[in-house]
Design a protein around this ligand. Structure first.
Ligand code: AN7
Length: 349
C-alpha cells in the first residue's frame, strides 16, 4: 500500500509518537529511465526523478509534510512562507488538510499563475509583496521572529529533513547512489537536503557510492556561480529567480565535498531542454526543472560525463505549473473547419 514520507522513512526522520501523522501520500515518485536523451548524449544510464508527480506537483511536499507535522506538534496554528510559487502551493495544501491557516507571501507579478491558483484554491491568504523573493523571505523571517506563526521555508530544518528522502528513494530504486545527481539550485535547500540524505545512507552502509552533486542556476539568477548576491535576479524560470539563497553554504559544501559543480545555463538553453525533454521522453517539467538537463547536455557534449556512469536528473516541478513559459517554443495549433478532407489536406496525408 502506498504511504507518505513520514511513514515510509520514519526511522530516518525526527518524528515520534507525538508527531501528528500528516500525509497527502507524497514521495515515492517514479525514477524513469531515459529512452532517448541518454542514448543521444552517449550516456548509458540516465534517469529522471519525477518530483512533479507529488500531490501539489513539486518536490516541496516532501519537506512540507515534515515541517507541518512538527509545527503542529509544537502547537502552531498558523503557517507562513515566502515563495516563488511551489512552496506556497505546498504549504497551502497541507494547511488545508490539517485545518491550519496558511499565509503565503509571493513577489508581486513574479510567480506562475497556476501556482498562485493552487494557493488560492487551497484557501491560503495570499499576499503579493512588491519586491522580489529575497525581500519576501526577509519579511516573513522577521514576521516569524516577532509573531506566533510557524515559518515553513527551507530555513526551517524540518523541510530539509523531509526533502532528503528523495535521495533515499533513488538509492532504494537503483541499489546504490548514482555517480551524478543533477538538480536546479534556487534557494539551495534541495541540494543541501539531497547531500544530507546521501551521506546518511552512505554512513549507514545503504550505498557505496556518493554522487557528485551538480547544480544548475539560471544565468540571470546565479549568485552561487558568481560568488555574489544578485540584487535583481532575472530568468524565465520563475521558481529559481532568487538572488540571495538562504542555504548558500549548504550548496557550496555539497558541491565541494562531493567533487561536483554548480554552473549557470541561459534561458534559451533551459527552454530548449524543456522542449527536448517533453518531446523526446514524454516528460513535461517546468522551466526551473529543465535547467539541470540543459547543464547535463552541455557537460555531456563537452565529454565531461563518463559514458558508463549513472546519472539522475531531478525534475523538481510539473510542466503544467507554468505552461505560458513553455508555449513560446512550440507550434500553435492549426485552426480548421471540421471536415476530414480539409484535415487530411492540412496534414499532408
Ligand atoms: C520547481 O517555491 O524557492 O534550491 O519558494 O520550485 O531548494 O530552492 C522553489 C524552488 C527548483 C529550487 N525547482 O529549489 C519556492 C522555491 C522548482 C522550485 C527549485 C524550486 P531550492
Amino acid at each position: 500500500m502506498r504511504v507518505g514520507v513520514l511513514e515510509r522513512y520514519r526511522e530516518w526522520l525526527p518524528v515520534d509518537e507525538r508527531t501528528p501523522p500528516v500525509s497527502l501520500l507524497e514521495g515515492s515518485t517514479p525514477l524513469v529511465p531515459s529512452r532517448n536523451i541518454g542514448p543521444a548524449l552517449g550516456l548509458e544510464r540516465l534517469y529522471f526523478k519525477c518530483e512533479g508527480l507529488n500531490p501539489t506537483g513539486s518536490f516541496k511536499d516532501r519537506g512540507m509534510v515534515v515541517a507541518v507535522a512538527k509545527a503542529m506538534e509544537e502547537g502552531a496554528r498558523v503557517l507562513v512562507c515566502a515563495s516563488t510559487g511551489n512552496t506556497s502551493a505546498s504549504a497551502a495544501a497541507y494547511a488545508a488538510s490539517q485545518r491550519l491557516r496558511a499565509i503565503v507571501v509571493v513577489p508581486a507579478g513574479e510567480i506562475a499563475m497556476n501556482k498562485l491558483s493552487q494557493a488560492l484554491m487551497y484557501g491560503a491568504k495570499v499576499v503579493a509583496l512588491r519586491g522580489n523573493f529575497d525581500e519576501a523571505l526577509r519579511t516573513v523571517r522577521e514576521l516569524a521572529a516577532h509573531y506566533p506563526v510557524a515559518l515553513v521555508n527551507s530555513v526551517n530544518p524540518y523541510r530539509l529533513e523531509g526533502q532528503k528522502t528523495a535521495a533515499f528513494e533513488i538509492v532504494d530504486a537503483l541499489g546504490d547512489a548514482p555517480d551524478y545527481l543533477v538538480l536546479p539550485v534556487g534557494n539551495a535547500g534541495n541540494i543541501t537536503a539531497y547531500w544530507k540524505g546521501f551521506r546518511e545512507y552512505h554512513q549507514a552502509g545503504r550505498c557505496r557510492v556518493l554522487p557528485r552533486m551538480v547544480g544548475a542556476q539560471a544565468e540571470g539568477a546565479a549568485p552561487i556561480v558568481q560568488g555574489r548576491v544578485v540584487e535583481q535576479p532575472r530568468t524565465v524560470a520563475s521558481a529559481i529567480r532568487i538572488g540571495n539563497p538562504a542555504s548558500w553554504e549548504g550548496a557550496t559544501t555539497a558541491r565541494d565535498q562531493s567533487g561536483g559543480l554548480i554552473d549557470a545555463v541561459t534561458d534559451t538553453e533551459i527552454l530548449q531542454a524543456q522542449v527536448l525533454l517533453a518531446s523526446s521522453e514524454g516528460l513535461f517539467a517546468e522551466p526551473a526543472s529543465c535547467a539541470p538537463l540543459a547543464l547535463l547536455v552541455r557537460l555531456a557534449r563537452q565529454g565531461r560525463i563518463d559514458a558508463q556512469s549513472t546519472t539522475v536528473v531531478v525534475l523538481t516541478g510539473n510542466g503544467l505549473k507554468d505552461p505560458d513559459a513553455a508555449l513560446g517554443n512550440v507550434e500553435p495549433p492549426v485552426e480548421l473547419d471540421g471536415d476530414a478532407r480539409a484535415l487530411a489536406k492540412a496534414l499532408k496525408l
